[in-house]
Structures are given as structure tokens and as C-alpha cells.
Design a protein around this ligand. Structure first.
Ligand code: MHF
Ligand code: KIV
Ligand code: MG
Length: 272
């Protein structure tokens, strides 16, 4: 098995900004538990995102809205116990930062204190500017998230590509500049035209990490369970599947069922 080169001992928010200035691309994947995080970290990933996509992938909800701060802390603390090198970023879940900056800071502090994560991610632009500043003032690194922001799905009704209209694109560019000025260390851009994402990446000095945002950005993020083919019903065009674990696991499990029924398992060597 080939493992990515590990040039950096431990990834920090500073490392990521240095990587952008050197033109070195940033790799990021989600993880929600200890065992997966250990594999992802060991394979040489730069950033692990404890995404609120855990709401879909781990808990089976239709959207990211139901997951709670306690649940995010549980996932994040499990991930933190596994990692030796990656930077761990934790999503602030829906309803824990939108009402006011003090609430946002309290939520971010709980994540940092109770999970041991290294940074938080919040969805949105100018509407949450004061909250972002408040969190940054407490010394907590913040990653922004613009474009398709799944916590606002009910405002849009669909997961279609965002910022195709001039007005929306202008707002997104403005929001990206605001996030940089406020002091965010990176920005995720989700499902927007590649040309727009490239323009944004060129206009800011902090890394821009894309998901469905093309090849003109500074790094890529995917949901782990999507890229290893466990979530076989999720098939957006931006997703590249590196394995079909859904099929492999199904084959292995049905073989086990058959072996138990036929009394092939356990054999003489598999007992005491
Ligand atoms: N498993 C998983 N992977 C993700 O990437 C992910 C989650 N869950 N949950 C939270 C958000 C939601 N995300 C999404 C959801 C849908 C599409 C999407 O492209 N859906 C449709 C198209 C919808 C449309 O065009 O109307 C598709 O083609 O699959 C993309 C990102 C990204 N995040
Ligand atoms: C898709 C990524 C960017 C995310 O926010 C998540 O997994 O929750
Ligand atoms: Mg998220």
C-alpha cells in the first residue's frame, strides 16, 4: 500500500496557508469516528473535517439540520483520539451559532474544550460576520463555508449548483473577501461554477478548498463514505469513487451469513 508523503509533522492552520503560497494542494476528507480517522490520518490526509454530514452518514437523517452540538462533540472527540498529524476541523451544527455572536462563541468553546478539535467551520457570509469575529477573538481558528450551504437547504429547496446568477456570484466574492479580512484561515466552496471558484481562490491569500468547485482552487474535500463507495445512492457529478465498499461489504457479509448457516464457520482452527 502506498502512503502519501508526510512532509509536515503536524498540520496547523499556518501550514495550510504556507501550502497555498507554495502552490501545494490541500487534501481534506471527513471522518466521524476513531477507527476511520486513524486510517485517514495514517494515509496522509492534511485536514480531517468532522462534518455535520454525520447527520446524514452516521445517523440517517435526510438533512444536516437535526445533529446536535453534543453529538458533534462525541464524533469530534473520537476523531481527535485517533489522529497524529492531520488538522481537525469541526462543523458548528445548525442552530448553535446563528442567533447571536455570544451563542456562537459558547458553541465554539464547547467544541474546543470538550472535543480537542483544532478549528471550527461555520456556514455563511456577511450574516454571521460578527459571530466569526467573536470566535476568532477568543483564539479559535475559523474555516468559512460558502456556496451550497446545506444548513440552509429549506431556503433553497434543492441541492443544485449555487451562484450561477451574477448577483449571487458577486455576493459570494464579497463574502469570501470578508471572511479573509475577518481572519478565517481557509474557506470551503461547495458546488459552484469552477470559473467562479478559481476567481475567488486567486483573490484571497487564504486557502480555498472545493467540493464540486472545480480544479482552480487550493484543495479538495469529499465525504469519506462517498469516496470509498459506502453511500452508493449519493451520486453527484463532483464525486469520484475510489472503491465500491458497498458491494465489497455486501459480498463479505452475505458470505459470512452463508458460512454460519452452513456451519462452515467456525472451523477447527477458529475455536478453542
Ligand atoms: N454523504 C454525503 N455527502 C455529502 O457530500 C454531503 C452530505 N452527505 N450531507 C451534507 C452535505 C449535502 N451535500 C450535497 C447534497 C446533494 C448534492 C447534490 O449534488 N445532489 C444531487 C443534485 C441535486 C440537484 O441538482 O437538484 C445529485 O446529483 O446527487 C451535493 C452535495 C454535501 N454534503
Ligand atoms: C461537505 C463538507 C464540506 C461538509 O461541510 C460536511 O461534510 O459536513
Ligand atoms: Mg458540513
Amino acid at each position: 500500500m502506498s502512503v502519501a508523503k508526510k512532509e509536515y509533522k503536524r498540520i496547523t492552520v499556518k501550514t495550510l496557508v504556507d501550502m497555498k503560497s507554495k502552490g501545494e494542494k490541500i487534501s481534506m476528507l471527513t471522518a466521524y469516528d476513531y477507527t476511520m480517522a486513524k486510517i485517514v490520518d495514517g494515509a496522509g490526509i492534511d485536514v480531517i473535517l468532522v462534518g455535520d454530514s454525520a447527520s446524514n452518514v452516521m445517523a440517517g437523517h435526510e438533512t444536516t439540520l437535526p445533529i446536535t452540538l453534543d453529538q458533534m462533540i462525541y464524533h469530534a472527540s473520537s476523531v481527535v483520539r485517533a489522529i497524529e498529524r492531520a488538522l481537525v476541523v469541526v462543523d458548528l451544527p445548525f442552530g448553535t451559532y446563528q442567533s447571536d455572536p455570544k451563542e456562537a462563541l459558547r458553541s465554539a468553546i464547547r467544541i474546543m474544550k470538550e472535543s480537542g478539535g483544532h478549528a471550527v467551520k461555520l456556514e455563511g457570509g456577511k450574516e454571521i460576520k460578527e459571530s466569526i469575529k467573536r470566535i476568532l477573538n477568543a483564539g479559535i481558528p475559523v474555516m468559512g463555508h460558502l456556496g451550497l450551504t446545506p444548513q440552509s437547504i429549506y431556503k433553497f429547496g434543492t441541492y443544485t449548483v449555487r451562484a450561477k446568477e451574477e448577483q449571487e456570484a458577486l455576493q459570494l466574492k464579497e463574502d469570501a473577501l470578508m471572511l479573509e479580512r475577518a481572519g478565517c484561515f481557509a474557506i470551503v466552496l461547495e458546488k459552484i461554477p469552477a470559473a467562479l471558484a478559481k476567481e475567488v481562490a486567486k483573490s484571497v491569500s487564504i486557502p480555498v478548498i472545493g467540493i464540486g468547485a472545480g480544479d482552480g482552487v487550493d484543495g479538495q474535500v469529499l465525504v469519506l463514505h462517498d469516496m470509498i463507495g459506502m453511500t452508493h445512492e449519493f451520486n453527484p457529478r463532483f464525486l469520484r469513487r475510489y472503491m465500491n465498499l458497498y458491494e465489497e461489504m455486501t459480498a463479505a457479509i452475505s458470505q459470512y451469513v452463508q458460512d454460519v448457516k452452513s456451519m462452515d464457520f467456525p472451523n477447527e482452527k477458529e475455536q478453542y
